[in-house]
Design a protein around this ligand. Structure first.
Ligand code: HEM
Length: 539
């Protein structure tokens, strides 16, 4: 039951099984029969027809025909690395999660990605970056499936297919492949003003990171932490890169895309190979778990909002070091399956409606992408904690389950495994109270209505150079739209964020600048939102 083992028979073990696929000095077919020739088909005479009885030919080609699996519906292009996470123990006051304990070392696998491009697209495009971490903890796997931008486009998962359809290439010509510069994207974000905050981050330097090693990461949603005494605290997760936060200029990104479309994945692999292991500190912002689930007026269930770090400082809880490259891209980077519902005792979800939809979506898509319900048995997805579930059979089942049918209670054959008692670190959902008299509704709360104050704070927090980049990015991207109505609508959105920003983008587009629709949101800048000089003093 140690790392890499899964089968109850103890025979089919993770890493060993992978090696078995290519063992022995002689070339064989899939059945182990040694092959003297794999370069010529079996023919009736040297120049005669190929014979149907050539099973080796058919096996080789048939397997090749099925080598590809569907790419991820989003985040298709990625690069990954193995590493280790070491807890500082500082989180003990808010979470009982064992892997956060002082000095506890947990193996991890991290996959970075772009969102919109296909698997073969370029690295240095303007896009959000995924930052997904699988912690193989002693208490089961915990996945922190985050991005390099702390907010999201939408507030409710039911709109996720819509925003992705708008952002992916146009259905007729399949262009543009990997960038936001097209009509449906700008139509969507100008009609859905809750997307303004995320879009503004995309148009800032954060949209074109210099390296995966120089990006922040964010869990985005508010999570609920539980301590050993059962007390709960709301929290947001942050990854802080030891190298600081750095970006490319737009011009650099364009040249690199042409010269080396693999720039980010090469940079990550080269750094690790050279022993320059990238490091991030994991930190949490914590908030009291009040019935309102707000902090200083910010609705903590709204994923389009942040809590400025000046109001709730990020407290370091552990260190992530990436120290090994995958040995096989398909086996590891392509087949890894993250899920925001992979939680461990001490970390629970909240009722953020975007998170709720994610809890359904990932396993569902992976059943298609990875060919059935048993992908947790793929080596990179195997927990390092003992697995003793009641799931059986299905496509690509590799475990050989022993004993009678798994049901509980069960008096045959020694019965089923014991359930974890409260003192045995079982995962228990927090018994959060449901509001009395709640009605079923398809509505968003009024607290989700503010779509301007957070993007305005972000823009006001940027340095002059960063603002220049934002203006140039909006101008360039909007100039690629065919429809003037979309440009004009976007300018009206920008007028409510900052009239100066709106005026300069309008000038660049040769369009009149509209007036704000009302008084501008009264917000203070948060200097922590600027990436200039953001180096994180890793302890
Ligand atoms: C994949 C992050 C919202 C559906 C991913 C990945 C990341 C990510 C990092 C790539 C994982 C990998 O490297 O394998 C986020 C964040 C979100 C968000 C931070 C919002 C805060 C959503 C929503 C949905 C969704 C709302 C659907 C309702 C998916 C799907 C995949 C994916 C289907 C592909 C998974 C796979 O094929 O393994 N997401 N996502 N995401 N996401 Fe999200």
């Amino acid at each position: 039951t140690g790392p890499g083992t899964y089968s109850p028979t103890g025979e089919a073990t993770g890493a060993d099984q992978a090696v078995l696929a290519q063992s022995g000095a002689r070339l064989t077919n899939t059945q182990g029969a040694r092959l003297p020739d794999s370069d010529h088909s079996l023919k009736a005479g040297e120049r005669g027809p190929v014979l149907l009885q050539d099973h080796h030919l058919r096996e080789k080609i048939t397997h090749f025909d099925h080598e590809r699996i569907p790419e991820r519906v989003v985040h298709a292009r990625g690069a990954a690395a193995h590493g280790v996470f070491r807890g500082y123990g500082t989180a003990a006051t808010v979470s009982k999660a064992h892997f956060l304990g002082e000095g506890v070392e947990t193996p991890v696998f991290v996959r970075f990605s772009t969102v919109l491009g296909s698997r073969g697209s370029a690295d240095t495009v303007r896009d959000t970056r995924g930052f997904a971490t699988k912690f193989y903890t002693a208490e089961g796997t915990f996945d922190l499936v985050g991005n390099n931008i702390p907010v999201f486009f939408i507030q409710d998962a039911i709109k996720f297919p819509d925003v992705i359809h708008a952002g992916k290439p146009h259905p007729d010509r399949e262009i543009p492949q990997a960038q936001s510069a097209h009509d449906t994207f700008w139509d969507f974000v100008s009609l859905h003003t809750e997307a303004t905050h995320h879009t503004l981050w995309n148009m800032s330097d954060r949209g074109i990171p210099r390296s995966f090693r120089m990006m922040e990461g964010f869990g985005i949603h508010t999570f609920r932490l539980v301590d050993a005494g059962g007390r709960t605290t709301l929290a947001k997760f942050h990854w802080k890169p030891k190298l600081g936060v750095h970006s490319l200029t737009w011009e650099e990104a364009q040249i690199i895309n042409g010269v080396d479309p693999d720039f980010h994945r090469r940079d990550l692999a080269d750094a690790i190979e050279a022993g320059a292991f990238p490091e991030w500190e994991l930190g949490v912002q914590t908030f009291p778990d009040t019935p309102e689930q707000t902090f200083e007026g910010v609705d903590l269930l709204d994923p389009t909002k942040i809590v400025p770090e000046e109001w709730a400082p990020v407290q370091p809880v552990g260190l992530l070091t990436l120290n090994a490259n995958p040995s096989n891209y398909f086996a590891e980077t392509e087949q890894v399956a993250f899920h925001p519902g992979h939680l461990v005792p001490g970390i629970d979800v909240t009722d953020d409606p975007l998170l709720a939809g994610r809890l359904f979506s990932y396993i569902d898509t992976q059943i298609t992408r990875l060919g059935g319900p048993n992908f947790a048995q793929i080596p990179v997805n195997r927990p390092h904690a003992p697995v003793n579930d009641m799931l059986r059979d299905g496509m690509h089942q590799t475990a050989v389950h022993a004993g009678v049918a798994p049901y509980r209670p069960n008096s045959l054959d020694g019965g089923c495994p014991f359930l974890a008692g409260a003192d045995e670190r079982g995962f228990v959902e927090t018994p959060v109270a449901i509001p009395q008299g709640a009605r079923k509704v398809r509505e968003a709360p009024a607290s989700f209505d503010d779509h301007t104050s957070h993007p305005r704070r972000f823009y006001l927090s940027l340095t002059p150079v960063e603002r220049e980049h934002v203006i140039a990015a909006y101008t360039f991207e909007l100039s690629k739209c065919y429809e003037n109505a979309i440009k004009e609508r976007t300018l009206r959105v920008l007028a409510d964020i900052d009239p100066g920003l709106c005026a300069q983008v309008a000038a660049g587009l040769g369009l009149p600048a509209p007036e704000p629709s009302g008084p501008l949101a009264d917000v203070e800048p948060s200097p922590a939102l600027s990436q200039v000089g953001r180096a994180w003093p890793v302890t």
